[in-house]
Write a protein that binds this ligand. Structure first.
Ligand code: NAD
Length: 368
Protein backbone atom coordinates (compact mmCIF):
# COMPACT_ATOMS: atom_id res chain seq x y z
CA UNK A 1 0.00 0.00 0.00
CA UNK A 2 1.76 3.14 -1.25
CA UNK A 3 -0.26 5.39 0.99
CA UNK A 4 1.49 4.08 4.13
CA UNK A 5 4.89 5.22 2.80
CA UNK A 6 3.42 8.60 1.73
CA UNK A 7 1.88 8.87 5.12
CA UNK A 8 5.10 8.21 6.97
CA UNK A 9 6.88 10.77 4.78
CA UNK A 10 4.18 13.38 5.35
CA UNK A 11 4.14 12.67 9.06
CA UNK A 12 7.92 13.02 9.20
CA UNK A 13 7.49 16.62 8.02
CA UNK A 14 4.75 17.24 10.54
CA UNK A 15 6.78 15.66 13.31
CA UNK A 16 9.59 18.16 12.78
CA UNK A 17 7.43 20.75 14.46
CA UNK A 18 6.09 18.46 17.19
CA UNK A 19 7.45 18.45 20.71
CA UNK A 20 9.52 15.36 21.40
CA UNK A 21 7.01 14.15 23.93
CA UNK A 22 4.93 12.71 21.10
CA UNK A 23 6.37 11.15 17.97
CA UNK A 24 3.63 9.85 15.66
CA UNK A 25 6.22 8.87 13.05
CA UNK A 26 7.60 6.28 15.42
CA UNK A 27 4.11 4.91 15.92
CA UNK A 28 3.57 4.39 12.19
CA UNK A 29 7.08 3.16 11.70
CA UNK A 30 6.48 0.76 14.56
CA UNK A 31 3.65 -0.79 12.55
CA UNK A 32 5.86 -1.08 9.46
CA UNK A 33 9.42 -1.79 10.56
CA UNK A 34 10.98 -4.67 12.48
CA UNK A 35 10.66 -4.15 16.21
CA UNK A 36 12.27 -6.20 18.95
CA UNK A 37 11.45 -4.13 22.04
CA UNK A 38 8.94 -5.00 24.75
CA UNK A 39 5.41 -5.95 23.71
CA UNK A 40 2.40 -5.01 25.83
CA UNK A 41 0.46 -8.24 26.37
CA UNK A 42 -3.21 -7.30 26.63
CA UNK A 43 -6.35 -9.18 27.71
CA UNK A 44 -9.63 -7.70 26.51
CA UNK A 45 -12.55 -7.76 28.95
CA UNK A 46 -15.92 -7.60 27.15
CA UNK A 47 -15.98 -9.15 23.70
CA UNK A 48 -18.76 -6.94 22.29
CA UNK A 49 -18.80 -4.71 19.25
CA UNK A 50 -16.07 -2.28 20.30
CA UNK A 51 -13.94 -5.01 21.84
CA UNK A 52 -14.04 -6.77 18.47
CA UNK A 53 -12.93 -3.57 16.71
CA UNK A 54 -10.01 -3.10 19.11
CA UNK A 55 -8.91 -6.74 18.73
CA UNK A 56 -8.87 -6.44 14.92
CA UNK A 57 -6.93 -3.15 15.10
CA UNK A 58 -4.34 -4.68 17.42
CA UNK A 59 -3.37 -7.25 14.80
CA UNK A 60 -1.40 -4.43 13.11
CA UNK A 61 0.37 -3.37 16.32
CA UNK A 62 4.01 -4.20 16.93
CA UNK A 63 4.22 -3.00 20.51
CA UNK A 64 0.90 -4.41 21.74
CA UNK A 65 -0.60 -7.86 21.31
CA UNK A 66 -3.91 -9.43 22.26
CA UNK A 67 -3.03 -12.46 24.42
CA UNK A 68 -6.08 -13.01 26.65
CA UNK A 69 -9.83 -12.60 27.07
CA UNK A 70 -12.29 -12.09 29.91
CA UNK A 71 -15.84 -12.91 28.93
CA UNK A 72 -19.08 -14.38 30.23
CA UNK A 73 -19.78 -16.08 26.93
CA UNK A 74 -18.01 -19.43 26.33
CA UNK A 75 -18.95 -19.45 22.62
CA UNK A 76 -17.25 -16.06 22.08
CA UNK A 77 -14.17 -17.27 23.95
CA UNK A 78 -13.93 -20.31 21.66
CA UNK A 79 -14.17 -18.09 18.58
CA UNK A 80 -11.61 -15.56 19.83
CA UNK A 81 -9.21 -18.31 20.94
CA UNK A 82 -8.99 -19.70 17.45
CA UNK A 83 -9.02 -16.29 15.71
CA UNK A 84 -6.25 -14.76 17.82
CA UNK A 85 -4.37 -17.90 18.96
CA UNK A 86 -5.15 -17.29 22.62
CA UNK A 87 -4.08 -20.10 24.97
CA UNK A 88 -6.60 -21.61 27.44
CA UNK A 89 -4.57 -20.39 30.40
CA UNK A 90 -5.21 -16.74 29.34
CA UNK A 91 -9.03 -17.06 29.28
CA UNK A 92 -11.13 -15.90 32.22
CA UNK A 93 -14.74 -15.10 33.05
CA UNK A 94 -16.19 -12.25 35.13
CA UNK A 95 -16.22 -14.33 38.32
CA UNK A 96 -12.65 -15.61 38.26
CA UNK A 97 -10.54 -12.95 36.57
CA UNK A 98 -8.88 -11.94 39.86
CA UNK A 99 -6.71 -15.03 39.22
CA UNK A 100 -5.01 -13.04 36.47
CA UNK A 101 -2.72 -11.91 39.28
CA UNK A 102 -0.96 -15.27 39.03
CA UNK A 103 -0.54 -15.00 35.26
CA UNK A 104 2.90 -13.59 34.33
CA UNK A 105 2.00 -13.54 30.61
CA UNK A 106 -0.55 -10.69 30.80
CA UNK A 107 0.53 -7.06 31.41
CA UNK A 108 -2.71 -5.11 30.98
CA UNK A 109 -6.47 -5.58 30.86
CA UNK A 110 -8.51 -3.45 28.44
CA UNK A 111 -12.02 -3.02 29.91
CA UNK A 112 -14.62 -2.70 27.11
CA UNK A 113 -17.81 -3.47 29.02
CA UNK A 114 -20.88 -1.30 29.80
CA UNK A 115 -19.91 1.95 31.57
CA UNK A 116 -21.54 1.06 34.89
CA UNK A 117 -19.22 -1.94 35.30
CA UNK A 118 -15.93 -0.12 34.64
CA UNK A 119 -15.23 1.06 38.19
CA UNK A 120 -15.47 -2.25 40.05
CA UNK A 121 -13.78 -4.13 37.20
CA UNK A 122 -10.90 -1.63 37.05
CA UNK A 123 -10.35 -1.85 40.81
CA UNK A 124 -10.23 -5.66 40.60
CA UNK A 125 -7.73 -5.50 37.71
CA UNK A 126 -5.56 -3.03 39.66
CA UNK A 127 -5.65 -5.28 42.72
CA UNK A 128 -4.47 -8.12 40.48
CA UNK A 129 -1.42 -5.96 39.69
CA UNK A 130 -2.17 -5.42 35.99
CA UNK A 131 -2.26 -2.09 34.11
CA UNK A 132 -5.80 -0.89 33.42
CA UNK A 133 -6.91 0.43 30.05
CA UNK A 134 -10.56 1.44 30.31
CA UNK A 135 -13.04 2.58 27.70
CA UNK A 136 -14.71 5.97 27.83
CA UNK A 137 -16.57 7.12 29.82
CA UNK A 138 -14.08 5.93 32.42
CA UNK A 139 -16.97 5.46 34.89
CA UNK A 140 -20.47 6.79 35.48
CA UNK A 141 -19.59 9.64 37.85
CA UNK A 142 -16.58 11.42 39.31
CA UNK A 143 -16.77 9.56 42.65
CA UNK A 144 -16.25 6.27 40.83
CA UNK A 145 -13.49 7.83 38.72
CA UNK A 146 -11.68 8.98 41.87
CA UNK A 147 -11.89 5.46 43.35
CA UNK A 148 -10.35 4.07 40.18
CA UNK A 149 -7.50 6.59 40.17
CA UNK A 150 -6.78 5.86 43.85
CA UNK A 151 -6.87 2.06 43.40
CA UNK A 152 -4.45 2.21 40.47
CA UNK A 153 -2.10 4.53 42.34
CA UNK A 154 -2.11 2.22 45.35
CA UNK A 155 -1.46 -0.82 43.17
CA UNK A 156 1.26 1.09 41.26
CA UNK A 157 -0.30 0.27 37.91
CA UNK A 158 -1.16 2.66 35.07
CA UNK A 159 -4.76 3.71 34.44
CA UNK A 160 -5.34 4.73 30.81
CA UNK A 161 -8.61 5.70 29.12
CA UNK A 162 -9.50 4.80 25.52
CA UNK A 163 -9.30 8.36 24.17
CA UNK A 164 -8.42 7.24 20.64
CA UNK A 165 -8.73 10.81 19.23
CA UNK A 166 -5.64 11.81 21.22
CA UNK A 167 -3.64 9.64 18.80
CA UNK A 168 -5.56 10.51 15.60
CA UNK A 169 -3.19 12.34 13.20
CA UNK A 170 -5.45 15.22 12.06
CA UNK A 171 -6.56 15.85 15.63
CA UNK A 172 -2.95 15.75 16.80
CA UNK A 173 -2.03 18.26 14.07
CA UNK A 174 -4.80 20.66 15.18
CA UNK A 175 -3.61 20.39 18.79
CA UNK A 176 -0.04 21.03 17.64
CA UNK A 177 -1.19 24.11 15.68
CA UNK A 178 -3.12 25.41 18.68
CA UNK A 179 -0.13 24.90 20.99
CA UNK A 180 2.13 26.64 18.44
CA UNK A 181 -0.20 29.67 18.49
CA UNK A 182 -1.28 29.26 14.86
CA UNK A 183 -4.93 30.01 15.72
CA UNK A 184 -3.98 32.82 18.11
CA UNK A 185 -5.92 32.86 21.38
CA UNK A 186 -8.80 30.35 20.99
CA UNK A 187 -12.12 32.13 21.51
CA UNK A 188 -14.99 29.78 20.70
CA UNK A 189 -15.64 26.06 20.25
CA UNK A 190 -18.73 24.43 18.88
CA UNK A 191 -19.21 20.69 19.25
CA UNK A 192 -22.06 18.64 17.82
CA UNK A 193 -22.12 14.98 18.82
CA UNK A 194 -25.06 12.72 18.16
CA UNK A 195 -26.87 9.99 16.30
CA UNK A 196 -30.28 8.33 16.38
CA UNK A 197 -30.17 5.55 18.96
CA UNK A 198 -31.75 2.34 17.64
CA UNK A 199 -32.61 -0.73 19.73
CA UNK A 200 -34.48 0.44 22.86
CA UNK A 201 -33.55 -2.71 24.80
CA UNK A 202 -29.80 -2.25 25.04
CA UNK A 203 -27.61 -1.47 28.06
CA UNK A 204 -26.99 2.08 26.76
CA UNK A 205 -30.59 2.93 27.73
CA UNK A 206 -30.36 1.24 31.15
CA UNK A 207 -29.28 3.84 33.72
CA UNK A 208 -27.51 1.36 35.99
CA UNK A 209 -25.28 0.09 33.19
CA UNK A 210 -24.84 3.32 31.22
CA UNK A 211 -24.93 6.07 33.87
CA UNK A 212 -26.93 8.27 31.48
CA UNK A 213 -27.90 8.55 27.85
CA UNK A 214 -26.29 10.38 24.95
CA UNK A 215 -24.03 12.48 27.21
CA UNK A 216 -22.09 9.51 28.62
CA UNK A 217 -21.86 7.85 25.24
CA UNK A 218 -21.38 10.54 22.59
CA UNK A 219 -21.68 13.97 24.25
CA UNK A 220 -18.42 13.22 26.06
CA UNK A 221 -16.64 13.68 22.70
CA UNK A 222 -17.73 17.34 22.58
CA UNK A 223 -16.63 17.83 26.20
CA UNK A 224 -13.22 16.26 25.61
CA UNK A 225 -12.94 18.00 22.22
CA UNK A 226 -13.70 21.43 23.70
CA UNK A 227 -10.89 20.87 26.20
CA UNK A 228 -8.26 19.75 23.68
CA UNK A 229 -9.28 22.24 20.97
CA UNK A 230 -9.31 25.24 23.34
CA UNK A 231 -6.46 23.99 25.55
CA UNK A 232 -8.11 25.02 28.82
CA UNK A 233 -10.26 23.53 31.56
CA UNK A 234 -13.81 24.91 31.91
CA UNK A 235 -14.72 26.88 35.05
CA UNK A 236 -18.51 26.79 34.65
CA UNK A 237 -21.25 24.97 32.74
CA UNK A 238 -24.89 25.61 31.92
CA UNK A 239 -27.11 22.98 30.30
CA UNK A 240 -30.65 22.40 29.02
CA UNK A 241 -32.36 19.07 28.33
CA UNK A 242 -35.09 18.27 25.82
CA UNK A 243 -36.83 14.90 25.59
CA UNK A 244 -39.20 13.97 22.77
CA UNK A 245 -39.50 10.24 23.62
CA UNK A 246 -39.81 9.65 27.38
CA UNK A 247 -40.72 6.00 26.83
CA UNK A 248 -37.47 5.15 25.05
CA UNK A 249 -35.39 7.60 27.11
CA UNK A 250 -36.50 6.99 30.68
CA UNK A 251 -35.68 9.00 33.82
CA UNK A 252 -31.91 9.40 34.04
CA UNK A 253 -31.34 8.65 30.35
CA UNK A 254 -30.76 11.94 28.53
CA UNK A 255 -31.94 12.14 24.94
CA UNK A 256 -30.75 15.65 23.98
CA UNK A 257 -28.72 18.12 26.04
CA UNK A 258 -27.37 21.45 24.84
CA UNK A 259 -24.63 22.78 27.09
CA UNK A 260 -22.27 25.69 27.34
CA UNK A 261 -18.90 25.95 29.06
CA UNK A 262 -16.85 28.95 30.09
CA UNK A 263 -13.04 28.96 30.29
CA UNK A 264 -10.57 31.08 32.30
CA UNK A 265 -9.38 33.05 29.23
CA UNK A 266 -12.96 34.07 28.44
CA UNK A 267 -13.29 31.45 25.68
CA UNK A 268 -16.70 29.76 25.48
CA UNK A 269 -18.01 26.46 24.13
CA UNK A 270 -21.49 25.66 22.88
CA UNK A 271 -22.29 21.98 22.41
CA UNK A 272 -25.03 19.52 21.51
CA UNK A 273 -25.28 15.91 22.69
CA UNK A 274 -28.12 13.79 21.32
CA UNK A 275 -29.52 10.33 20.70
CA UNK A 276 -32.30 11.79 18.51
CA UNK A 277 -30.59 13.33 15.46
CA UNK A 278 -28.20 12.04 12.83
CA UNK A 279 -25.31 13.65 10.91
CA UNK A 280 -23.85 15.28 14.01
CA UNK A 281 -20.11 14.78 14.33
CA UNK A 282 -18.65 18.24 13.91
CA UNK A 283 -16.13 20.45 15.73
CA UNK A 284 -15.50 24.10 14.96
CA UNK A 285 -13.02 26.33 16.75
CA UNK A 286 -12.15 29.91 16.06
CA UNK A 287 -9.30 31.89 17.53
CA UNK A 288 -7.93 35.41 17.17
CA UNK A 289 -5.80 34.44 14.14
CA UNK A 290 -7.47 31.42 12.57
CA UNK A 291 -10.04 28.65 12.66
CA UNK A 292 -10.52 24.91 12.23
CA UNK A 293 -13.51 22.83 11.19
CA UNK A 294 -13.59 19.05 11.51
CA UNK A 295 -16.42 16.95 10.11
CA UNK A 296 -16.46 14.08 10.83
CA UNK A 297 -14.50 14.96 13.92
CA UNK A 298 -14.58 11.85 16.12
CA UNK A 299 -16.00 8.93 14.09
CA UNK A 300 -13.80 5.96 13.21
CA UNK A 301 -12.54 7.91 10.24
CA UNK A 302 -11.33 9.08 7.94
CA UNK A 303 -11.56 12.31 9.91
CA UNK A 304 -11.91 15.33 7.64
CA UNK A 305 -10.93 18.86 8.44
CA UNK A 306 -9.68 22.20 7.24
CA UNK A 307 -8.20 25.26 8.83
CA UNK A 308 -7.64 28.85 7.70
CA UNK A 309 -4.41 27.45 6.18
CA UNK A 310 -6.11 24.74 4.10
CA UNK A 311 -7.13 21.08 4.18
CA UNK A 312 -5.78 18.77 6.87
CA UNK A 313 -4.24 16.02 4.77
CA UNK A 314 -2.69 13.55 7.21
CA UNK A 315 -3.79 10.13 5.87
CA UNK A 316 -6.12 7.89 7.81
CA UNK A 317 -4.71 5.12 10.00
CA UNK A 318 -6.97 2.88 12.12
CA UNK A 319 -7.40 4.85 15.35
CA UNK A 320 -7.28 1.89 17.69
CA UNK A 321 -4.01 0.62 16.17
CA UNK A 322 -2.34 3.98 16.83
CA UNK A 323 -3.89 4.18 20.29
CA UNK A 324 -2.62 0.77 21.38
CA UNK A 325 0.80 1.39 19.87
CA UNK A 326 0.91 4.73 21.71
CA UNK A 327 -0.31 3.27 25.00
CA UNK A 328 2.38 0.58 24.85
CA UNK A 329 4.98 3.33 24.31
CA UNK A 330 3.50 5.25 27.22
CA UNK A 331 3.68 2.24 29.55
CA UNK A 332 7.16 1.06 28.53
CA UNK A 333 8.93 4.31 27.62
CA UNK A 334 6.80 6.97 29.33
CA UNK A 335 6.16 8.68 25.95
CA UNK A 336 3.22 10.99 26.65
CA UNK A 337 0.68 11.99 23.98
CA UNK A 338 0.11 15.75 23.44
CA UNK A 339 -3.12 15.42 25.42
CA UNK A 340 -3.07 12.90 28.28
CA UNK A 341 -4.95 9.61 28.21
CA UNK A 342 -4.61 8.88 31.93
CA UNK A 343 -7.13 8.47 34.72
CA UNK A 344 -6.93 12.18 35.68
CA UNK A 345 -7.98 13.05 32.12
CA UNK A 346 -10.94 10.66 32.32
CA UNK A 347 -11.86 12.13 35.70
CA UNK A 348 -11.91 15.70 34.31
CA UNK A 349 -14.59 14.70 31.79
CA UNK A 350 -16.61 12.92 34.49
CA UNK A 351 -16.56 16.01 36.74
CA UNK A 352 -17.88 18.08 33.83
CA UNK A 353 -20.61 15.49 33.09
CA UNK A 354 -21.66 15.52 36.77
CA UNK A 355 -21.85 19.34 36.58
CA UNK A 356 -23.86 19.23 33.32
CA UNK A 357 -26.43 16.87 34.87
CA UNK A 358 -26.59 19.17 37.90
CA UNK A 359 -27.06 22.23 35.66
CA UNK A 360 -29.92 20.48 33.82
CA UNK A 361 -31.68 19.93 37.17
CA UNK A 362 -31.14 23.40 38.61
CA UNK A 363 -31.31 25.41 35.40
CA UNK A 364 -28.41 27.49 36.73
CA UNK A 365 -24.73 28.09 36.09
CA UNK A 366 -22.65 25.42 37.84
CA UNK A 367 -19.07 26.34 38.81
CA UNK A 368 -16.35 23.74 38.30
P1 NAD B 1 -21.45 -3.94 23.46
O1 NAD B 1 -22.81 -4.07 24.03
O2 NAD B 1 -21.27 -4.22 22.02
O3 NAD B 1 -20.42 -4.86 24.26
C1 NAD B 1 -20.42 -4.91 25.66
C2 NAD B 1 -19.79 -6.20 26.11
O4 NAD B 1 -19.86 -6.28 27.54
C3 NAD B 1 -20.51 -7.44 25.56
O5 NAD B 1 -19.57 -8.40 25.15
C4 NAD B 1 -21.30 -7.94 26.76
O6 NAD B 1 -21.50 -9.36 26.72
C5 NAD B 1 -20.38 -7.57 27.91
N1 NAD B 1 -21.06 -7.47 29.20
C6 NAD B 1 -20.53 -7.89 30.35
N2 NAD B 1 -21.39 -7.71 31.37
C7 NAD B 1 -22.50 -7.18 30.83
C8 NAD B 1 -23.75 -6.77 31.37
N3 NAD B 1 -24.01 -6.88 32.70
N4 NAD B 1 -24.66 -6.24 30.54
C9 NAD B 1 -24.41 -6.08 29.23
N5 NAD B 1 -23.23 -6.47 28.66
C10 NAD B 1 -22.30 -7.00 29.45
O7 NAD B 1 -20.96 -2.45 23.81
P2 NAD B 1 -19.75 -1.68 23.15
O8 NAD B 1 -20.29 -0.81 22.07
O9 NAD B 1 -18.68 -2.62 22.83
O10 NAD B 1 -19.32 -0.70 24.35
C11 NAD B 1 -18.51 -1.15 25.42
C12 NAD B 1 -17.73 0.05 26.00
O11 NAD B 1 -16.91 0.59 24.98
C13 NAD B 1 -18.59 1.20 26.51
O12 NAD B 1 -17.99 1.77 27.66
C14 NAD B 1 -18.57 2.20 25.38
O13 NAD B 1 -18.75 3.54 25.78
C15 NAD B 1 -17.18 1.98 24.83
N6 NAD B 1 -17.05 2.33 23.40
C16 NAD B 1 -16.06 3.16 23.03
C17 NAD B 1 -15.92 3.50 21.71
C18 NAD B 1 -14.79 4.38 21.26
O14 NAD B 1 -14.77 4.80 20.10
N7 NAD B 1 -13.81 4.65 22.11
C19 NAD B 1 -16.83 3.02 20.76
C20 NAD B 1 -17.83 2.15 21.17
C21 NAD B 1 -17.95 1.83 22.51
Amino acid sequence: MGSRRDFIEKMSLTALSLPILYAPTSLFAACEEPYDGPVLRVAIMGLGSYGTRVAKAMVDCKRAKLVGVISGSPSKVTKWKSEYHIPDKNCYDYTDFDRIKENPDIDAVYIITPNGLHCEQAIRVAKAGKHVICEKPMAINADEGERMVKACKEAKVKLLVGYRMHYEPKTVEVIRMRKAGEFGQPKFFQGQSGFVMGNPNQWRLDKELSGGGAMMDIGIYSINGARYMLGEEPIWVTAQETKTDPVKFKEGIDETITFQMGFPSGAVASCLSTYAMNHLDRFYMTGEKGWVEMQPSTGYGPIKGRTHKGELNQPHVTHQTLQMEGMAQLIFEDVQPLVPVDGEEGLRDLKIIDAIFHAVKTGGKVPL
